[in-house]
Design a protein around this ligand. Sequence first.
Ligand SMILES: Cc1cc2nc3c(=O)[nH]c(=O)nc-3n(C[C@H](O)[C@H](O)[C@H](O)COP(=O)(O)O)c2cc1C
Length: 167
Amino acid sequence: MQILSDGMVGANFRAAMRKFPATVTVITAVKDGIDHGMTVTAVTSVSMDPPSLVICLNSKTLLHEMLLCQPDFAVNVLSHAQRPLSEAFAGKVEPHARFGLANWRRHEAGMQLLDDANANVVCRRMAAVPYGTHTLFIGQVVHATVAPSTIPLIYEDARYCVSQPAA
Ligand SMILES: Cc1cc2nc3c(=O)[nH]c(=O)nc-3n(C[C@H](O)[C@H](O)[C@H](O)COP(=O)(O)O)c2cc1C
């Protein structure tokens, strides 16, 4: 199917997406005993029955390659104090050195869970849908923990932000 679009649609879409505030997460997985994690904001719930969410990963990333091979991953929701962790897991720090920057515990499914996260959600990949440069990985939730009180780290307008209650 051919879709007609104006020449500015790419730039305008990018600008429009900057107006979508997003919670910053680090997705973790393990393959052949090697831990890996990556900063991801493209995370949203899919269904409560079964409990499931979707993450959207660029197909050029190592995490994408790992999740095609093995099905388990965790979503670690960052708090406002964890901006340095987001930057590290987005490429500022080499993959092998990223986990040394915080405290983690290992889930029985194998991957690392961030100790001071706002929430940890462990998933099993049930579907992988490639589209354009990315793949949507749908995960069924097998375990979830939440911290009692949290202030999330938000990414909005290409900046890290902290949310506030509306007036
Ligand atoms: C705030 C933020 C959000 C990001 N969200 C995503 C995302 O949703 N999906 C994605 O594929 N990459 C996303 N990235 C980019 C990856 O974190 C980045 O490309 C990463 O360094 C590539 O991973 P690797 O070096 O482990 O292969 C995001 C980066 C930042 C800074």
